[in-house]
Design a protein around this ligand. Structure first.
Ligand code: SAM
Length: 177
């Protein structure tokens, strides 16, 4: 299966989150911000769609995921889109340095029948909030996408929203201050 965003095409990989409305919303948001020359981190990269977008926009990108198949998938999709992306298997920020832009299209669903970390990992969201300040460069920005279904209360400046049938998605901007 292929997912298209403007001139970017990413292919699905077995056992890896395939881009959906949330990914598309984040992709549209990234289209509108200036990240040329910035050091960018894509946490939970999945197929690498958002990493590829940031790479095409001139950012130096590190893509990460806790799922080894996603790390391999992101590298493959970056190569096929002629974008340089470094990819690391890790748990949120573990072993990583600091960045100008950090994005996380999080596994935001509450625990339920589907407990795959693709969809649900509250611990990763908590870890993100505990650690993001240490990994932001001066004047850096972090962006996390969550849903009205997410049980963890998320503060910050809402920079994008999207209403779906059963939930509302939002992207929240955070600074190091
Ligand atoms: C909603 S998907 C987003 C995938 C992709 N960024 C996109 O927008 O299509 C969430 C991703 O977070 C990853 N993930 C879950 N827990 C994680 C953790 N602790 N550290 C890093 N990535 C994690 C999942 O494996 C999954 O690829």
């Amino acid at each position: 299966m292929k997912f298209f965003h403007k001139n970017i095409v990413v292919e699905s990989c077995d056992g890896v989150y395939f881009p959906r409305e949330d990914s598309e919303m984040f992709a549209d948001f990234l289209d509108g911000i200036d990240i040329k020359g910035k050091h960018a981190l894509d946490i939970g990269c999945g197929t690498g769609l958002l990493s590829v977008i940031m790479g095409k926009k001139g950012a130096h990108v590190v893509a990460t995921d806790i799922n080894a198949r996603a790390v391999r998938c992101a590298l493959k999709n970056a190569r096929e889109n002629n974008v340089k992306v470094n990819a690391v298997l890790t748990d949120v920020f573990d072993s990583l340095g600091s960045f100008d832009i950090i994005i996380f299209n999080s596994p935001y669903l509450p625990p339920g029948k589907e407990n795959d970390v693709m969809w649900t990992n509250e611990r990763s969201i908590e870890k993100f909030f505990m650690e993001f300040r240490k990994h932001l460069n001066k004047n850096g920005r972090a962006y996390i996408l969550v849903s009205s279904l997410t049980r963890i209360q998320v503060g910050g400046k809402i920079v994008s929203t999207s209403k779906l049938d059963f939930e509302e998605l939002k992207i929240v901007e955070l600074t190091g201050i």
